[in-house]
Write a protein that binds this ligand. Sequence first.
Ligand code: SAH
Length: 213
Amino acid sequence: MTDWRARARAMVRRQILGRDIPAGIVTEAMADLPRHRFVPVELEAHAWEDGPLPIGRGQTISQPYMVARMTWLLGVGPGDAVLEIGTGSGYQAALLARMGCSVVSVERIAALARQARSVLTDLGLAVTVVVGDGREGYAPSAPYRGIIVTAGAEELAPAWSDQLDRGGRLVVPLRVGPGTERLLVRARTEGGFVDAWEDYCRFVPVLPGVDES
Ligand code: SAH
């Protein structure tokens, strides 16, 4: 796909800036990412559409707008340490790396982690992809300025709050009722935590344990 930059710019203009995300580091980094590289070859032509796409193993790459929205809510910038739970295709991690963040991403399905690593390396993006159960966070690189969970959680894992730096933010789609999830933004202050509820959303679930196949 030789004309991907034009497609990326159009996607950002229509789907991201056209909604409520202001121009800035998130939209610039997104316009500079070949999203088609993060979807299965047979779906490349659909990579720029306004929705999620299947990436195999029953998982999905999120809708571009949702990626932008969560990244914007995370409020991170160059040099910030960020932890992602749910690497999937690697697209969200790539966006954070393109923004200059220092990114660790945890994925429970080894095959997806391998595929994401390969694309990220190919694009020259330095992301540490770890195979593990993201409910434990990733203690060796903690604390983080931002923690972004890109799968739907039944409950908040204590590790996410524990591994958050003071002044940092956690963004997580949390189950709030049957079939209903909502983005929770938790800010860590000097004194404790401040929670705010944002968009309703729909994600594949956070599952326990590691799948080594
Ligand atoms: N951020 C991804 C989208 C991820 S879909 C992207 O940009 O493409 C959600 C991912 O979370 C799936 O790949 C799923 O396997 C993973 N996941 C679910 N439960 C997990 C857990 N406990 N630990 C780590 N990853 C998990």
